[in-house]
Design a protein around this ligand. Structure first.
Ligand code: FAD
Length: 561
């Protein structure tokens, strides 16, 4: 018997576990995948490009076998071992949905791009102002102290930008952006009232503080080999930070290879009693009991786990009296890409790398509705100097000679941007279980039905128009727009399905992320999201998880859970 169970050892679950353990609760963390120990299990972290069999490229047969993950920009030979292979864990799709997963201790916190922005009230008030989904039961003030707490522990490099749309935190120093990003920054500042290009805040230790050194983490050396796992713990991952911290309390039991099949419910007490677990290696079934349960399996898995947790009280899934569980799922629209050439700054270049670039916070429909679509988009912006066409040629000795013999001459600056659009949660974008098909554990197959809508198409065109205008004002030429037409899922920001709200009749979770109808179960990953806004979501998941865990510990102590 444990005080608490956390399902899923990824980004959000590790925050729940850390907080629960620090509050003295004996906590069991169940993870379906293998253990990944910090440093020990980063096999490629110090390899040179020529040490990879395929020089970092994925062979054709692997791409053919794994069409979904192969479409993910981050899936490479050096980090393929952290990605779930399509064939190993199939799911059904009505329309194309590329589900990018990492089943291991650390979850996708090992593979993420580490971009972190807070929400503001422009985001929390969105559904009510624009008349979609339901009202968020919290506002920025409820989450602000938890953002601060998470940011201090994680370590976020950034500037205080003083923008109402993107509240500041106490950041570690930002790195310098290159001269062309600075040029764009200045043009945008001078030509527009409400648009900004800022340093894109990221979860990297640019200047480690005492709390980071206590975690055993060190300074970011800007190798930018992050997705292989960082031996310095210089970017935040659950493996280098929250999980070892929770283990140090002596209160955490971490159990890998534990596939949680369902949450058990006791009709008499009206509470969840524990979970049913299938051992991923032996298929042996075990039940674990606890007073409180945190569901952090990653949005889609969390929703499917709740759907699979049936009882005579909840025949349609735990807490699902209204049939809303699995509905109103949403994601981010990342279809828009732009590129151009900058012919200026020819005498300037830069040295080395930084693990982030520029960020343009949302500027459309912020204070009032001004376009034919709802909500808006943020955008990334970067610039780099490309080499002239006299690239090294040949193989072997010829190649060496060609590299050593030529001083690489620099070509023009190439600039690029990508769109990060909000999508509107809709009942028709949903997840359900297909009882007629089973996965290898005998659990019903997950069925995903998601698509873009007219709002997304209009927003995409607006991104192209507005960004073209900004690029032209900056003097960029040869401006290209590209609709990647990528399927939902590749944004890797799937959200909703067990949304928060005031009213138990129209939402699954209350303002503490507690199931309205089963108070000792908390869902604190992306499944809880009532709407999506434009920010990269993980910082918000971590803040919500820490806040809910703190609340749960208080309630347990008071005996009210
Ligand atoms: C390439 C890439 C780039 C990204 N970039 C960013 C970014 O820049 N910024 C950002 O905010 N986000 C980014 N993300 C998304 C981010 O990684 C996720 O939002 C975040 O990891 C979600 O946290 P989570 O705890 O909900 O899920 P995860 O971190 O995925 O953890 C869920 C865990 O639960 C386990 N699990 C699942 N089902 C079960 C079960 N039934 N029983 C037991 N365990 C289970 C999984 O194995 C996994 O370990 C990126 C992701 C990827 C892959």
């Amino acid at each position: 018997m444990f005080d608490a169970i956390v399902i899923g050892a990824g980004m959000s679950g590790s925050w729940a576990a850390k907080e629960l353990c620090e509050r003295g609760l004996k906590t069991l963390m169940l993870e379906r995948g293998r253990d990944v120990k910090h440093i020990r299990d980063y096999p490629t972290t110090n390899l040179n490009p020529w040490e990879f069999e395929h020089r970092g490229q994925m062979p054709e047969y692997i791409i053919k076998d794994n069409p979904s993950i192969a479409r993910c920009y981050a899936y490479r030979e050096d980090n393929a071992h952290f990605f779930v292979k399509d064939k190993d864990h199939p799911y059904d799709q009505d329309k194309p949905f590329d589900w990018i997963r990492g089943y291991q201790v650390g979850g996708r916190s090992l593979m993420w791009a580490r971009q972190t922005q807070r929400w503001s009230d422009f985001d929390f008030e969105g559904p009510t102002r624009d008349g979609f989904a339901v009202d968020w039961p919290i506002r920025y003030k409820d989450l602000a102290p938890w953002y601060s707490k998470v940011e201090a522990f994680v370590g976020i490099a950034g500037n205080k930008d003083g923008l109402a749309i993107l509240p500041d935190g106490d950041f570690l120093p930002a790195w310098d952006l290159n001269c062309v990003i600075e040029h764009f920054q200045e043009v945008v500042r001078n030509k527009y009232d409400n648009r900004h290009v800022i340093f894109s805040r990221c979860a990297h230790l640019s200047e480690p503080q005492e709390i980071h050194l206590q975690q055993g983490r060190g300074q970011c050396l800007k190798r930018v080999e992050c997705e292989r796992g960082c031996p310095f713990g210089a970017y935040f991952s659950a493996n280098s930070s929250t999980i070892p911290w929770a283990l140090k309390t002596g209160n955490l039991t971490l159990r890998p290879h534990a596939v949680v099949e369902s949450i058990r419910f006791d009709e008499e007490t009206g509470k969840a009693t524990g979970v049913r677990v299938i051992d991923a290696q032996t298929k042996e079934v075990t039940e674990y009991m606890a007073d409180v349960i945190f569901v952090n399996a990653g949005s889609i898995n969390s929703v499917s786990l709740l759907l699979n947790s049936t009882s005579s009280r909840f025949p349609n899934g735990l807490g699902n009296d209204h049939g809303l569980l699995g509905k109103y799922v949403a994601f981010h629209n990342y279809r828009g890409k732009m590129s151009a050439i900058h012919e200026g700054h020819q005498t300037r270049t830069y040295k080395g790398r930084i693990p982030t670039e520029g960020y343009i916070p949302r500027f459309r429909n912020v204070r009032q509705q001004e376009t034919g679509f709802l909500r808006g988009y943020a955008a990334g912006f970067g610039a780099r100097r490309v080499k002239e066409a006299d690239e090294p040629v040949g193989f072997g000795a010829t190649l060496t000679e060609s590299i050593l013999g030529k001083k690489p001459s620099l070509g023009p600056w190439r600039v690029h941007s990508h769109m990060m659009g909000a999508t509107i949660p809709k009942e028709t974008n949903c997840i359900r279980l297909d009882e007629s098909k089973k996965d290898v554990w005998g659990m019903p197959l997950i069925h995903i039905s998601m698509d873009y809508d007219e709002n997304d198409e209009k927003m995409l065109q607006d991104y192209f128009e507005q960004m073209t205008d900004m690029f032209e004002k900056a003097g960029f030429v040869n401006i290209q727009t590209r609709d990647t037409k990528q399927a939902p899922g590749l944004d890797i920001h799937e959200m909703g399905g067990a949304r928060m709200g005031h009213d138990p009749k129209t939402s699954m979770l209350n303002k503490w992320n507690q199931l309205h109808h089963c108070k000792n179960v908390f869902v604190t990953d992306g499944a809880c999201m009532t709407s999506t806004s434009t920010q990269n979501p993980s910082l918000t998941y971590m803040a919500l998880a820490a806040r809910a865990a703190h609340y749960a510990a208080d309630e347990l102590k008071k005996g009210t859970l």
